[in-house]
Ligand binder design. Structure first.
Ligand SMILES: [Zn+2]
Length: 340
């Protein structure tokens, strides 16, 4: 098929510059830099005949509210008042049951945040809302244009952001926002192939029987987000049985990855009989990634993509992690080339 793959991206996403993060007590250069999006953009532009870059319109607040609560949105709004050049990193994380949070007070950010790697500044809202727009309008394209695939170059990423919390470099859950739109039209399967468990997406759909969520990730006993991502988390209430976590060990290569995907995730997904597919596409499974510990090679991402393409479902691919900046672009192109 010769149809170009639409890529959704807005330049305002580049206005957010997290400079550093606190990781296990160390101040390190922030891995989620704008250079990531530049790397992807550059690689896609090189293949003009395959990709169509589209600037999305602005997302309506209501579409964000479908996945996030009012307080979290208020906090990001409060952060727009942080002086230019400064960032806020919470260092007090209260016991949630006992705290009385006020999202108009930036010092209460620790109530909503769960780590010290995800700063707020006066551009967080701007870049995150535009990042959400890319995912929302990629999903909108799939529905309205009856497209077979669309890619959202969503940066900042989203899969660690839950209804009422942020962390893991994520502020709004872009994939959830896309899935909420698709959910109005049919049953949705979300598969998260980032190296890290998609805790935010799990949280948002945990009690939902119209959205099946599966995440394949590194062992949370040793890797972020540490507190969840275990196979015992299967959903709750109506959503019981519609959440599937699969852990793979450090050093996992393509062979093992595909085996797991084909034997566990895809059969479960097929039993759910979805109408739409959302892929949380993280590339920190790459062999040279400085954070992830799998051994997936550039050309392997195409093989992983083929497994999803063969499902023949209208598919929204949402950008998540991936921190080997130089090779990130070609890894994204490799995955997307499965749909060429
Ligand atoms: Zn990740």
């Amino acid at each position: 098929m010769n149809q170009k793959i639409p890529v959704f991206f807005h330049t305002s996403q580049m206005e957010f510059h997290p400079k550093y993060e606190w990781a296990l007590g160390n101040r390190i250069k922030h891995p989620e830099s704008t250079r990531r999006a530049e790397s992807i953009f550059k690689a896609l532009k090189k293949e003009k005949e395959s990709f169509d870059i589209i600037e999305p319109p602005k997302i309506a607040l209501k579409a964000i509210r479908d996945s996030h609560n009012y307080q979290l949105i208020t906090l990001y709004n409060t952060a727009t008042l942080i002086p230019e050049g400064e960032s806020f990193y919470p260092s007090v994380f209260p016991q949630r049951m006992k705290a009385k949070p006020d999202p108009t007070n930036i010092y209460h950010a620790g109530f909503y945040c769960f780590d010290s790697g995800t700063p707020l500044n006066n551009k967080t809202w701007l870049a995150s809302a535009w990042s959400a727009s890319t995912a929302y309008f990629a999903a909108d394209y799939i529905v309205k244009e009856k497209g077979r695939v669309a890619y959202a170059l969503s940066r900042p990423p989203g899969h660690h952001a839950s209804r009422d919390s942020y962390g893991g470099y994520c502020y709004f859950n872009n994939a959830a926002i896309a899935a909420k739109l698709l959910r109005k039209k049919g049953r949705v399967a979300v598969v998260d192939i980032d190296f890290h468990h998609g805790n935010g997406t799990q949280d948002i759909f945990y009690k939902d029987d119209r959205v099946f969520v599966s995440s394949i990730h590194g062992d949370p006993r040793h890797h972020f987000p540490y507190f969840c991502g275990f196979p015992s988390e299967i959903g709750q209430g109506k959503g019981e049985g519609f959440n599937l976590n699969v852990i793979l060990e450090d050093g996992t290569d393509l062979k093992k990855y595909l085996q797991t995907l084909k034997k566990i995730v895809i059969p479960a997904l097929k039993r759910f009989e979805p109408d739409y597919l959302v892929i949380c596409a993280g590339f920190d499974t790459y062999e040279l990634d400085p954070i992830g510990k799998f051994k997936i090679k550039t050309e392997d991402f195409k093989e992983i993509g083929k497994v999803f393409k063969n499902l023949k479902l209208p598919t929204v691919i949402v950008q998540e992690g991936g921190y080997h900046t130089k090779d990130l672009g070609k890894n994204v192109v490799s995955l997307l080339s499965a749909w060429k």
